[in-house]
Design a protein around this ligand. Structure first.
Ligand SMILES: NC(=O)c1ccc[n+]([C@@H]2O[C@H](COP(=O)([O-])OP(=O)(O)OC[C@H]3O[C@@H](n4cnc5c(N)ncnc54)[C@H](O)[C@@H]3O)[C@@H](O)[C@H]2O)c1
Length: 346
């Protein structure tokens, strides 16, 4: 039992919006972790999170990494900095919990994976949506073959991100540190596509910056052919009037149709199969109201992290799992930029 063990000590870099979810997860006694150090280049941010959590505040990452009581570092900095911060942590002997997306290019992603491997440090990529009760039911139905042959997997991310959201931090929407709707906001949905539909063979995409004053896209449409022959799509828009409208994944199969929707895959809108299964009774009770589009998943995710670190287990979503959606998104960007279909692997 996690609760009877000494807690696993974590440090965190990047004390912005998502750091709160990490801190809340580590404050939950059932998780078995403890946040002991936090770092940000903006001293006030580090101090504020430190004051809320009882951790020690740092502005110098190297000094924080020199602490020998830290087992793992949670990387919550802008996406383009994840590999650099993860690599420094692994080189200092720490395990790495990396926010999504793992990176914004494959070269630095592969460097991070390879340094963690060579240093024998575990690399966890926070893909917490896979742990939602709704998502687990859907994945279970696929794994047990209830759909028969899968014909299609389709994701919609129809949200609203006003200009003020992008203006909150200079890295948002930039090519160097973020990417656009597909790489940032829709990345969990792209992950669902590859997790549920399997490997992708080819991709065609359009992206556009239709309304926001940012470098990358605020809208994108992607069509994929899976290696299985199934056809899939991702539709992402950050321009939905007047607020977040839909975050959904639909699976079309020979013997079943499921749409997992709501604003952030929190509610089954359709669950219909040819044959009965006891899971059918769980569908209504697995629906939930999320506090925001990030859901509750960080706490469940950290439970798995602490479990793996304490028992020598492997991450559920490691660097290679994080790489799958990144590769698909980069293929979509390439297709949109070059006006042609792109084959995977890149
Ligand atoms: N898993 C999820 O559902 C989820 C949700 C939101 C964000 N995220 C990811 O989390 C990451 C952070 O997003 P956010 O919304 O919290 O951003 P944010 O801008 O609110 O926070 C980033 C923080 O990093 C700090 N920082 C920047 N450079 C640094 C450096 N070199 N050293 C130390 N600190 C530095 C900034 O000062 C800022 O406080 C992004 O990669 C994003 O994609 C994941």
């Amino acid at each position: 039992m996690t609760r009877n063990r000494a807690p696993v000590n974590f440090a965190l870099i990047g004390c912005g919006r998502i750091s709160r979810n990490h801190a809340a997860a580590l404050a939950d006694p059932a998780v078995g972790g403890r946040l002991v150090a936090v770092c940000d280049v903006v001293p006030e941010r580090a101090k504020e999170l430190a004051a809320q959590t009882g951790a020690e505040a740092y502005t110098d990452y190297a000094r924080m990494l020199a602490r020998d009581d830290v087992a793992a570092v949670s990387v919550c900095t802008p996406s383009g900095l994840h590999p650099e911060h993860g690599i420094l942590a692994a080189e200092a002997g720490k395990h790495v919990v990396c926010e999504k997306p793992i990176a914004i290019d494959l070269e630095s992603c592969d460097r991070l994976i390879s340094v963690c491997r060579s240093r024998k440090r575990r690399l966890f990529v926070v893909l917490q949506n896979r742990l939602n009760a709704t998502m687990r039911l859907l994945k279970g139905a696929i794994d047990r073959g209830r759909f028969g042959r899968i014909y299609g997997v389709h994701a919609q991310v129809l949200w609203q991100r006003p200009q003020g959201y992008y203006d909150q931090a200079p890295w948002r929407g930039t090519r160097a540190l973020d990417g656009g709707a597909l790489l940032n906001q829709a990345s969990h949905y792209v992950d669902s596509l590859v997790w549920l539909g399997g490997a992708v063979a080819e991709v065609t995409a359009f992206t556009g910056r239709l309304a926001r004053n940012i470098e990358c896209e605020d809208s994108g449409a992607v069509v994929v052919r899976f290696r299985s022959g199934a056809i899939g799509s991702i539709n992402a828009s950050m321009l939905v009037y007047p607020r977040n409208f839909e975050g959904s994944v639909t699976v079309l199969g020979e013997h079943g149709t499921v749409k997992l929707g709501g604003i952030a895959i929190n509610r089954f809108e359709k669950w219909e199969f040819e044959s009965y299964d006891d899971d059918d009774k769980l569908v209504v009770e697995s629906n939930y109201e999320p506090p925001n589009v990030y859901g509750f998943g960080h706490t469940a995710y950290y439970r798995g992290v602490v479990e793996a670190l304490s028992n020598g287990g492997e991450p559920d979503t490691d660097g290679m799992e994080g790489r799958r959606s990144l590769e698909l998104i980069l293929a979509a960007y390439k297709s949109a930029a070059e006006g042609r279909k792109v084959m995977l692997p890149l």
